[in-house]
Each structure stands twice: as structure tokens, then as C-alpha cells.
Design a protein around this ligand. Sequence first.
Ligand code: ADP
Ligand code: MG
Length: 339
Amino acid sequence: MGKIKVLDEQLANQIAAGEVVERPASVIKELVENAVDAGSSQIDITVEEGGLTLIRVTDNGSGIEAGDIATAFQRHATSKIATSSDLFRIASLGFRGEALPSIAAVSRLSAVSSTETTGLAHRLVIEGGEIKTDEPANAPQGTDMTVRDLFFNTPARLKYMKAIQTELGHISDYIYRIALAHPGIAFTLKHNNNTLLRTLGTGDRLQVIAAVYGTNTAKSMLSIEGENPDYDLRGYISKPELTRANRNGMTVIVNGRYIRSHAVNQAILQAYHTLLPINRFPLVVLELGMHPSLLDVNVHPSKMEVRFSKEAELRALIEQSVKAALGQYRYIPGPEASM
Ligand code: ADP
Ligand code: MG
């Protein structure tokens, strides 16, 4: 008998969880992305104690069929891709089939879901990866994921959690970005019964900017748009007089996914050039659209990093569009204009 064995599924999930579930905000990100992928028009997020005691995400999306719920919690189980060619044209936020089993491995999770408007639903309760309850339930169409006692069985990870305010900061930061990315979805975020964000889901991105950054800021934004044969772009950028001390105000959305991209940020900053004081950064909400085959999102488990096929062309488009939006600010008026 050899010494090498394949890990059992529960242990494998716990290991994967180390990567996928870094902190409460990562759980929220995965659950909210699933709700977006399910076509929801309303997503409500409730959090207690920075997400360490309770995270609840409810949506009114497609729901999960009763017979599928337990499968959804198996490792590498997904309804979003089926073949390797799908991997090169990903249109959904999820595709790895790792989130639910990972979260369930390190928490006490209850999933209630229904695909019908009849009230007929199904409930699954999993604690530390073990199924405790699998039964019919009553609920409206959509999905309700409740995660309690995150990291209760991984004390070393729990020890690394920061103050409640820090964890909450990561959570609200993510919710602000996903709300900015999806103005057509109504989001609410509540922490210990305080409402931190409410968006209306009207599709008006400026309304979401107002909800996140305040009405005055929203009023002073410049709209931006542009396209080339491969990419299209739209969004809002701040006038040069409205700057911030860091890049956190730069939100980049690619095919509905909030990402971080040094290349995109640099192209934007390049366009502002000397209009920005040294070490000051604009407020930007930039949405890029492209055929999924021009984008590789399978770079890291968190899917926050992507690779663009035609990065140089994309950078040129961004720079040119930001410059166009900044128009009047870029040219020092001639003598006749200043009269
Ligand atoms: P992935 O999102 O990568 O497919 P997950 O582990 O996050 O993997 O979810 C597994 C599956 O469970 C999804 O593919 C989807 O079919 C289903 N699912 C999860 N959350 C929801 C939800 N809120 N509404 C509808 N279906 C969901
Ligand atoms: Mg997912």
C-alpha cells in the first residue's frame, strides 16, 4: 500500500476555503455574485458584527431546484460552464463551482431556495461541511443564504480577523462597487440594523453614485463614453478639482464584474496628466464591455484580476475617451475665450 491518498471531499473543501474565504467580505462577494448571476432585480445583504456572527444574502433570482441544492454544495459543481470552450467565453461572475462548498466548510450555513412562485421551496442546513437538514420549506422565488459563525471550526483563521469596523469596511467597499456595477439591481446593505446603502435599481448609475458618494459629488461628475471595434466604455469621471488621496475611488467594471486593473487605472491617470495635483486621484466609475473571449478572468480564485487580449488598444481607447470627457479642462483658453 502506498502512502499517497486523495483527500476526502470535506478536507479538500476546507483547504479550498482557505483561498476562497479570506474574510467575511469574501463570503459576501461570492454570495452576491451568485445572486447577480441568478438574474435578481433585488438583493438584500444583512450583516452582524462585521459578518463574523451573521451574513445573510437574499435575492429574488431564478432560485435553485430542490433536487439541485445539495449538488450546488459539492466541490466543482456549477451550472455556469460545462465545457472547456466555455472557459474562454465566460459571461457569468461565477464559474469555478467552489464558493458554496468552501463557505459551508467553515461556517454554519442555511440555504433556502425556490424556483417557483407557489411558495414551495427547499432548505439545506450544512455545518462545517456536514449536511444537517435537507427538507421542504416555504419561501418566495429566489434564494436566501444565511451564514453564521464564520470560521467557527478554523480558529487560526478566526484569530486573524480584524476589528468589526475593518471587516465592515471591506464588506461595504465591495457592496458599493457591485452596486455601481449593476445600477439595474436594487441593493440594500444593513449592519446591526443600520442601513448603510440602499439603491433603487432603476438603471441610473448616477443615482448609485449619489447613494455611495453623496448627491453633490454625483452632480459634479462628467459622463464618459467611447468605443472601438472590440471594446465599449461608459461611465463617469470627476472634474479635476474633485480629487482623492488614493486610487480607491477608481472603480473599474468589466462585463459586469468589479475588477482591479493597474493598466486601466494608468490609462485614466495618463489622460488627466497634469490636471491632477501630485499624488491626487480622480473619482471614476468606468464600465468596459467586450466579447468574453477577449477577457481572461481565470487568473486568481478571487477573480479580481483579469487579462485583456488587446490591452494596448484598450488603453488607447480609455485615454482618448477620458481626454474627450475632460475636454474644456484640458485646453487653456486662448485670449478671445477669456474675454
Ligand atoms: P459558481 O458560482 O462558480 O457556479 P458556486 O459554488 O458559487 O459556484 O454556486 C454553485 C451553483 O449553485 C451555481 O452554479 C448556481 O447554479 C447555484 N446557485 C448558487 N447561488 C445561487 C443563487 N443565489 N441563485 C440561484 N442559483 C444559485
Ligand atoms: Mg459563485
